[in-house]
Structure formats: C-alpha cells, structure tokens
Design a protein around this ligand. Structure first.
Ligand code: ADP
Ligand code: MG
Length: 335
C-alpha cells in the first residue's frame, strides 16, 4: 500500500477527493414489530464523511448509538435507512461475499481484545489467520506476524505465546496488530483504549497515531470520553440519542463547543490537573444541564431539550436541523 499525500491544486487548495467513508442519513432500529417501529431509532439520521488519512472522532454518552454506527459500517448490524459508502461503493446492504472482498480494507479494534483474540490460539496464529484467508503461505504469514508484533512494541517471540500471557495493554496492542496486518484503509476503533489505565491508554493512543501517520490510515475513533477523542481526531462528531448534535474541526468542537450538550460533555470529561477539574466542575454546574437519568426519552423535537438550559416550546415541536455556527455544524435553535 502506498502512502498518498492529498492532491493539491496550483494555489495549494486540496482537490476534492472521494471520501474513504460516507455515511448518509443512517437509521438503525433494534427489535421487531410495532414497538420497534414507534420507538425512537438507536441511530436517527446520522451523516458524516471520513477523508483518506483523516481521523473522525465519534463521541457521546453511553447508549447514544456510537457502537451501533460502527456495527452498521462493519456490516454487523442491519440498516433501516440511509446509506454507507466505502471508497465510493455502496456497502449499506452488502452481502457476506462483498463484505469479504472489502474485509482487508476495513478493519476494527474493539474495547475487549478477547473479541478478536482466541484464548486457545497463539498470537501468531490469530495474526496469521486473515493473511492465510488471503492465500499467503504459512511461513510468509508468520514472518509478517512477527514483524507486526514487533511494530506494536512486543518481542518477536510473542507470536508463540497465548493471550493470557499478556497484560490488558499488551493484548490491546496485539488487537491493533491484528487489525493492521492486512494493511487496511479504514479502521473503526470502538472504545479501543477505554478499558486501559491512563498511562497505558496514552501508549496505545500514541501507537495508533504513529501507525496512522506511517500508513496514511483513516480512523473512525469512537469513545465516550471527548478528551481521548481529541488526541487523535481531526474532526469530531457529537452524538446524543442517535442524532448528531454538533460536528466540526476537533479544536473548534472541543475548545469552543457551541451546542449545550457538547459544552456539558467537555465540562464532564476528566482532566489530570485538579485545578482545571475544579474549574470544569464549576462550568458544568453553571450550565444548568440535568443528568441523563433525570429525563426519559421522548419522540419529536430536540432529543436534548429536557436537559437543556436553553430549551423553549420550539425545541419540543421542531427538531433542529444542523446549521453552521462558527466552524462547526450545530443542531440547536439557540446555539
Ligand atoms: P453506545 O455505543 O453509544 O454506548 P449503543 O450503540 O451500544 O450505544 O446503543 C445505542 C442504543 O441501542 C441504546 O439505547 C442501546 O440500549 C440500544 N441497543 C444496543 N444494542 C442493542 C441490541 N443488540 N438490541 C437492542 N437494543 C440495543
Ligand atoms: Mg459502545
């Protein structure tokens, strides 16, 4: 795989290129029958694109639909509406044959490394498996597996050991190795560092950043913690109850959030410095945002209105469309 720099016109402006991934008006519903048809969908009209080499961060509270979006992209969850295009090809309802065809270009790293590493298989055979499926000889696959474990910071002989012989952080490095061994174009990372302690988290984030820069990878980086997303993402999409509340350049969204929900999310994100933490707590309290448990889900209008200090009658009747506020797109009547 070659690392391509984006094409540039004479005046230095990037040429509009085909997105790596384009999600349009995505709708995903769980369950069957009348209840599923009337309940608000888990993902409700979400659109965003990821350019080649770009990292898009997807943030939101637990249950906001982040993993569901990831699963819909990976073909692990049925899509009820909208579309998913990968490298210009519509894969919304791709069958397993077509999925296999793009399988090595589109990979995933999940929170739990055990989901991609079989405890009864050596690291080497777990890593070699996707290569063997592609027809690589056993000896070649082993060499590639050794190269890859070395690249993620483990000794080459790690290929002969089992997952239980490694720490959580090491296992997550091995999951990254397994995702990247087929040289994918796009990697969906769903809470990939969320189970790790802070210093291990930083190491794995640095590894992901280095691999991206080396290989020109695109990431969809999903996490509930906006400070983790901020580290890797160039653009951030903020989700609330299956809908996009705000999206834009990472610096704009995280440093001067416009949507009341994004403001609350930023104020709630943990920071290592106690003084800043206290400052954020004061900001959070001054926002007057109610906690998620205090309000029930309701259909129609703005999904955030019951927790929102700015909400009026309009917010109960009309779902705010995304509109440009500063550098970001914001779904709020009053932001
Ligand atoms: P997140 O990853 O942001 O925490 P999820 O995408 O896992 O959120 O979940 C979004 C919503 O869909 C939640 O309300 C959750 O309860 C529901 N949900 C997720 N998976 C299933 C499932 N397999 N069956 C039914 N409901 C589900
Ligand atoms: Mg999730």
């Amino acid at each position: 795989m070659s690392i391509e720099t984006p094409l540039r016109q004479q005046d230095g402006a990037p040429v509009r290129q085909q997105p790596m991934l384009e999600v349009k008006d995505l709708v995903v519903r769980y369950g069957h029958g009348k209840k599923a048809a009337t309940a608000p969908p888990a993902v409700d009209g979400v659109s965003f694109a990821i350019q080649p080499g770009e990292t898009v961060g997807l943030v939101g509270e637990s249950g906001s639909g982040k993993s569901t979006i990831g699963k819909a992209i990976l073909g692990l969850q049925k899509v009820a509406g909208g579309s998913v295009e990968f490298q210009g090809e519509d894969i919304t309802h791709a069958n397993s044959g077509k999925r296999r065809g793009i399988g090595s270009d589109l990979r995933a790293v999940f929170q739990d490394p055990n989901s991609s590493l079989n405890p009864r298989k050596t690291i080497g055979s777990s890593l070699a498996e996707p290569l063997r499926v592609r027809g690589l000889a056993a000896s070649e696959a082993r060499t590639k597996a050794e190269d890859m474990v070395e690249r993620v910071g483990l000794p080459r002989d790690a290929v002969d050991r089992y997952p239980s012989q490694f720490s959580g952080g090491q296992r997550q490095r091995i999951s990254v190795a397994r995702a990247l061994i087929c040289e994918p174009q796009l990697v969906v990372c769903d809470e990939a560092v969320s189970a790790l302690d802070l210093s291990t988290q930083a190491q794995v984030l640095n590894l992901l950043a280095d691999l991206r820069d080396e290989r020109g990878l695109s990431y969809l980086f999903i996490a509930h913690d906006i400070s983790v997303v901020q580290f890797l993402a160039q653009r951030v999409v903020v989700l609330y109850r299956g809908q996009v509340m705000e999206s834009g350049p990472a610096a704009a969204v995280t440093e001067s959030p416009k949507h009341p929900f994004t403001q609350a999310l930023v104020a709630a994100s943990p920071v290592p410095r106690p003084a800043e933490q206290a400052e954020r707590r004061a900001v959070r309290e001054s926002l007057g945002v109610r906690t998620a448990s205090a309000v029930a889900a309701t259909a129609g209008g703005c999904p955030f209105r019951q927790r929102c200090p700015l909400a009026t009658e309009l917010c109960a009747t009309e779902r705010p469309a995304l509109r440009r506020v500063g550098e970001a797109d914001v779904a709020c009547h009053y932001a």
